[in-house]
Design a protein around this ligand. Sequence first.
Ligand code: SF4
Length: 327
Amino acid sequence: MWLVTDFELILAAPRGYCAGVDRAVETVERALELAGAEPVYVRKQIVHNAHVVAELERRGAIFVDSELDVPVGAAVVFSAHGVAPSVHENAKARNLAVVDATCPLVTKVHSEARRFAQRGYTILLIGHAGHEEVVGTMGEAPDSIVLVESASEVDALDFSPDTPLAYVTQTTLSVDETRVVIDRLRERFPWIEAPVKDDICYATSNRQAAVKALAREVDLVLVIGSRNSSNSCRLVEVAREHGAPSYLIEDESAIDPTWLDDGATRIGITSGASAPERLVQRVVQWFRARGDVTLSELETVHEDVSFALPRPIRRALALVDGPAPGA
Ligand code: SF4
C-alpha cells in the first residue's frame, strides 16, 4: 500500500518545446486546416515525440517514411530535422506541394556545410550516425563530409596540414561532450576552421544548463521525452553527470515507483525540446495522486525565441485571413 508522502517538485525552466518544434507542429496543424478534405502527408516524425505524432495522426496527418511514399501531386510537410537535397529533388519529380518545416537553425548548419564544401573543405560533422538531422546534413555534400561521433574517433583520422578542414555539429548534442571532441580536433588539426556561430542550438544549451542546476538540488530527475529524441537523451546524461539519478520517461505511465524507494522526495522534472507541456502537467498529477505536492520552478534563463511559419503556410493563411496587421 502506497504511503502518503510530501513531494517537492521542481520544474526546470526552460524546458519542453523549442521555437523550431513549436513552428513544425503548428505547420502541420495549419496545413491540415488549410487542406480541408485533402490529405496532408508528413515525411518522418515531424518532431521526435510519440504523443505529438499520435495527436497529429488523430487530426488527419498521414506520416510516411519517404517522400517516395507520397502520391504524385499531394501535399507533404518535411520534418524539423531537415532533409538532404535529394529529398527535395524527389519531391519535385513527383510534383509534390512541399512545406518545409526544417528548423531554421538546422538550415543554418546545412548552409555552412554547403559553403565549406563549395570552397573545397573536408568537413568533420560531429553527430550521431543515423539521426535524421545528420542524414540530412551529410546529404548536402556526401563526398566532403566525414562523421565523427567521439573524441576517440578523432584519433583515427589522418589529414595533412594542406587539407582544408572545418567542423560543424548536430544541433542537439551534449555541450560538454562536444567541447571535448572539438578540443581534440583542434589538438590534432590546429588549422581546422569552426562555424561562425556554435551549431548546438540555444534550446539544447539552455535545457542542459537548466538540468545541471536542477540536478544539484534534487534527489531524482525525470526527463519527459521519447527515446529517439536526441536532446531528451542528452538531458538524462547531463543530469546523471551532475549528481542526480535520472530517467527518461515517455509520460507518467513510465514512472517506476521503486525509483522513490530510497526516500526520494525532492524531484526535478524537465522535458525535451519536442515534449509538450501537457505531459509535464500529467507527471505533476501523478505525484499529486500519491502525496502532498509543493511545486516550484528553477529558471536559469528566460527564452523568447520564435520563428515565422514556413512561407507557403504564411501565403495560404494570408489568402484565407487577409494580410497580417502591419504586413
Ligand atoms: Fe531547432 Fe534547436 Fe529545436 Fe532542433 S532543438 S528544432 S535545432 S531550436
